[in-house]
Design a protein around this ligand. Structure first.
Ligand code: 5GP
Length: 215
């Protein structure tokens, strides 16, 4: 079982399902990657997608890239915990890795859109902590998408057009962070994780600890 990192007394707790959503280009993936680098207690849920692999992406690390047919097979055999169509491609969260991690009390990070966030919230409300990342301005969002320079102009335009619809779901999240400075946005995410790990209702080990304390 995982335990609160900040304390020397180890108290067993359930794992967190940390869901991070944002429109493309708001910095969600950078924040997610930094969190994974700095916090070894969190595992990343690697999604399956029918989208074309970008040059910088590695199969099995960023995504499992699958055909439409394979995606449908996974979806129809109930192997996906949630799935959605985003910007014209299909994306889904493989069920097994999540259920194993949760069973072992490990934390998991999900870089998924609002449709996926809603589905996880419906199925596993007690374990989900959701964060929405906003860009400081729409102009900054646009320039970040261009700076990334990994997508065609057409793909960038689709993503920009979809960003307002994505942002419209901000109220469905537990926390909202405006990413005008990457370091502060990252600090905010770390604070959320730290506090959520300490929540009483997540720490089933507290019962025995307190019983022992006052015995
Ligand atoms: P990208 O193509 O830029 O990697 O991702 C496009 C969008 O799909 C992002 O908002 C990303 O968070 C979302 N996404 C990635 N994987 C999943 C998934 O498994 N499920 C859902 N619902 N959305 C996903």
């Amino acid at each position: 079982m995982a335990a609160a990192a900040s304390q020397s007394v180890k108290i067993a707790r359930r794992g967190l399902m940390l869901v991070i959503s944002s429109p493309s280009g708001a910095g969600k993936s950078t924040i997610a990657r930094t969190l994974m680098d700095k916090d070894k207690q969190i595992g990343l849920s690697v999604s399956v997608t029918t989208r074309q692999r970008r040059q910088s992406e590695i199969e099995g690390v960023h995504y499992q890239f699958v055909s439409q047919r394979e995606f449908e097979r996974l979806r129809d055999s109930d192997s996906l915990l949630e799935w959605a169509q985003v910007h014209g491609n299909y994306y889904g969260t493989p069920r097994e890795a999540v259920e194993t991690a949760m069973g072992e009390g490990r934390d998991m990070l999900f870089d998924i859109d609002w449709q996926g966030a809603q589905q996880l919230q419906e199925k596993m409300a007690a374990d989900v902590v959701s964060i929405f990342i906003l860009p400081p301005t729409m102009a900054e969002l646009q320039s970040r998408l261009h700076r990334r320079a990994e997508d065609t102009e057409e793909v960038i335009q689709t993503r920009l057009n979809n960003s307002r619809a994505e942002i419209a779901h901000w109220r469905e999240y537990d926390y909202v962070i405006v990413n005008d400075d990457l370091n502060s946005a990252f600090d905010a995410v770390q604070s959320i994780v730290k506090a959520e790990r300490l929540r009483r209702d997540r720490r089933h080990g507290l019962f025995d600890f307190v019983e022992g304390l006052i015995a």
